[in-house]
Structures are given as structure tokens and as C-alpha cells.
Write a protein that binds this ligand. Sequence first.
Ligand code: AMP
Length: 607
Amino acid sequence: MPEHHTPLIAAIAIGLALAFLFGLAAHRLRVSPLVGYLLAGIAVGPFTPGFVADQDLAHQLAEIGVILLMFAVGLHFSPKDLMAVRAIALPGAIAQITVATLLGMGLGLSFGWDVGAGLVFGLALSVASTVVLIRALQERRILETERGRIAVGWLIVEDLAMVLALVLLPAIGAALAVGAATGIGGFAGLVALTLAKVAAFVAVMLVAGRRVIPWVMHYAAHTGSRELFRLAVYAVALGIAYGASALFDVSFALGAFFAGMVLSESQLSQRAAEEAMPLRDAFAVLFFVSVGMLFDPRIVVQAPLAILATLAIIVLGKSLAALLIVRAFGHSWGTGLTISASLAQIGEFSFILAALGVSLGMLPAEGRDLILAGAILSILLNPFLFAALERGRARIVRAPSPAAPAAARVAAPDAAPGPVVAAPPAPPPPAPAPEERPEPTALAGHDVLVGYGRVGSLVGAGLRAAGRPLLVFEEGARAVAAAQEAGAEVVVGNAADPEVLRLANLPAARRLFVTIPEAFEAGQVVQQARAANPAIEIIVRAHSDAEVEHLSALGASLIVMGEREIAHRMLEHAAADPPPAPPLAAAAPAEAPDSPPPAPAPQPRPA
Ligand code: AMP
């Protein structure tokens, strides 16, 4: 069996291939692909027949996923953001951890376990999975909104608390066993030492890392080698995560987060680093596969009630606590619902805690199985929970918005300045929507603009200046705010998603401008729009002949190819305003082409 000699390759190849197949199936069935990845993990796990991947390797691959994800999260997070949410994230996370730990402890005691076992169990139930949370926020494009930032800040605090817990657990175990033999002094010393290490790491990052890391990136960029630049990104992310854990006993995740955050201060390196991270998603998938691998399905039959109680603590207990805390701090119900949905699951930290608890003899093995089952089930449930809570949130947020179009209100990042009302005055909101799906815009005869970046913002400004009613689709928080400021109604989300594009009310729209750079997504928008309204004029951005052909086949009316337009503009300039002849002009006829290339060639839509 060759895979015995190459267990790493086997784990990656079979894990990714199965995750792809199960993920596709999940997508077809309209559930989150995460479910598919977990099932793929169960399939390659030791409890199902067939190929069994190396568990230890799978675990390490998953850690790489955690590192890259947290690095990317750090890239979008500035120290300012972190400070801005500390007022809620710090007390919120601590209160939630306390509530969840007490609930878990109570459940453990009811099983007849001792206090130490209950403590480990409760702590494991109290901390959410980084990967699950980030993916959920990314998928719904709320990572960069105010509530997204609170959720991430909350997660960082949980992460710090777990770093502390992992260090203290052996001491607590010993104290409980020997009857407080270590004494308060020794205990306090351990806490102080751990905090000092974390503080030292943060200080090193903020003082030295802040100078060195951006310098390294710029240096790598100036070599002109894309390969070296990408290498720099991975070296910084993985190197700092590893160094943080080896030198300061800080978790990989926390180390990577700080590395990303330090890099985020320069916009240039932030963008570049982001583009250099295609490996991230692949490794995040391996994380879910490795979680699935740990699951022994038999426990479902053996201890169903205990599993249900565990799940209730994770999904109901934690959510309720988070919701009440967020509300108590004066944030909206909507923010509260997002935060509680984000945190209503457990993951990698819980496994680490459980493993440590078992090896210290504090936690019985069945406790670990319950934690695993709770993790799998809560991760499986999370997308559904999120969808339900987000729906509730959308309803709550859009109900009291008489002044602004509903979609724009849903769209507004919580902290963004109130959206400027688009002309014409928005209609009164529909009576609190009876059920779920948001209504399409009430605009008619309007222009729809997809993307509000370098191209879209210029188009939008022109349309608004002409007084056109305008609906914008955009995903980025900054661009959304800019579009709102320009007086457009905004829908936040991926316009290629039929559920999102539906909000455009295309049958009543006059024109559609697709200004996004990615031709596959643009093509999907064009195709759906053409199907929804055969008469609408569709104007699309493209970058190559192949894209022009693709978009025109899908029904675009006019395709503007960026590169061609740039060339024409240059030639136009040269023709209209001949520069004074340079000394050697006679020898350089090439500067004035005698036969200009064909006129700008917008492609008409084939009949
Ligand atoms: P630029 O290339 O500067 O014109 O920016 C393109 C803009 O389009 C960016 O602000 C993106 O956030 C946005 N964008 C890209 N793809 C989509 C999409 N599928 N749906 C909505 N907005 C998008």
C-alpha cells in the first residue's frame, strides 16, 4: 500500500478530493458545504470502513488552516478596530465563558463527575471555533461590519482565555487532587507568568513586528518576483505563528492573527498579501475534514440524552447568554443575534482542552466523546442557525426604517453613517415582513450598478449627478459606505447569487451596469438579468477578447473592454495633441501610426 509510505500526501489528496465531492453534494442539497466537509472527514475517519487517514497529520494540516485563516482575519483588523470593540468584547466574552462553564459544570456534576471534570467540560463548551466563526462571517460577508468586528474581538478574548486555561489546567488539576497543595501563591504565579508571556509577545509584535514585517514585505515586493512575495506572506504568517507558540506559549491562531494585524497597517501590503493567500481555503477545508475524522458515530446511540443536553448548552445556553450580554451593553437585537449565532458552536480549542483534560486524568473519556459529538452537531447546525437568526435580524433591522430603503438599511454596517436616502423618497417599509426573504427594491425605471470600486464609483457618480434612481450591489464595507454616501440604495452581497440579485427588481429596471472585474461572476449576473428582463440594456466591463465573447454570448448589450479603451484614449490623446517634435522625430515614424486601429469595438449582443 503506497499510502503507508506517503501518509501526508494521502491525507491531503483523499481529504480534499472527498471534501470536494461531499461539498458538491451538500451544495446541490442546498446545505452549507461545511456539512459535506465534515461528512468527508467521517468517511476517512477510523470509525468507518475504507481508507483511514493519519489522525495526527490531519490535525496538523487543520492547524495550518487555522493559522492562515487567522492571519487573513488579522489582515482585515487594525489595532484600532480591536480597541474599538474591547468595551463589549472583553466583558462579553468573559461573562459568556462563565455562564457556559457553569452550565457545563452543572451537567457534568449531574453525570456524577467531580468538580475538576465539570470544569474542563464546561470550559470546552464555552469556546467557539475560530474556523467556523470566520467562515460563517465570510460566507455572509459580515466580517468587516461592526457586528463582524465585535464577533472577532470576542473570539480573540476567548482565545486568550483558553491560552490561560491550557496553562492553568495542570495546576488546577493538581490543586484539586492534592487539596490546594500548590497554594494560592503558586497559582497566582502561574497566571502572572502566562499573562506576562502573552504581554511580551504582543509587545514584541507591536514594537518590533510593526517595523520589521512591513519592511520585509516591501523588500520582497521590490525584488519584482511574485514567487518571493508570496513566499514572504506564508513565511510571515506561519513563521510568526510557530514562533509565538514555541517562544511565548501563545496559540498558533493568536500568533497568526497578530502577524496579519501588524501587516494590515499598510494598505498596499494588505491587498497584496490577500491576493497571495489561495492556499487558505484549501487548508480550512482540511480543518473540517479532520474534525469529522474524530467522530465516532456510535455515541449517538449510546448516550443520546447526554448529547442533547451538551448540544443545548452550546447552542441555546451560550446564545442566550451572548444575546443578553450584547443587549445589556446597549447594542441592537440584530447585533446580538449575529454574535450569538456566531458563537453557538465549539471546535478546535474544545478538542485541545478535552485532550489535555483526559491526559491529566481530570476528564473521563466519555466527556471527550460528548464534547466531540457536541462540536460536530453544533458545527452542522450552525449554518442553519445562522440563516434563521440572520433572517430574524433582517426582519428586525428593516422594520423600523421609514426613512431609508429597506435593503440599504439591511446593508448598512452598524457603525456606518445613516444612509442618505435615494431619490425618489423611499416607500414606507412593508409591514414587518411576515416571513423570511427580504423584498426586492421598490424602485422602478431605475439603474442597477454591480460593483462600486474604481469603475463602478465613477459610473454611479455620473448616474446620480444625472438624477437617476440607482440601486448598487457591493460586497466591500468601504465601497458600500461610499455608495450610500452618493445617495444610492445599496444591497450588500454577491450579485452573482440569485437570491441577492433578485432584490434588484430587474423586470422593472432600465439599465444594468456590471463593473466587476471577474468575468465568471459578471457572466452569471448577465445571464440571470437577461433571463429576468429580455429588454433591459446590459453594459459590462471586460478585460480580454475571450471575456468579451463569453459575456456577449450570455446576453450583454454592450461590452467595454478596459485595455482597448485605455489604448484608444492614449491614441486619441496622441492624435489630438501632437507633442512638439523631439530632435530625432524624423527617425521615429512609429509614434504616429498612419492607420489607426478599428474604432472602439463595443460588442453588440447577438440576436
Ligand atoms: P474595481 O475593480 O476597483 O472597479 O472594484 C470592483 C468592486 O466590485 C469592488 O468594490 C468589489 O467589492 C465589488 N465586487 C466584486 N465582485 C462583486 C460581486 N460579485 N457582487 C458585488 N460586488 C462585487
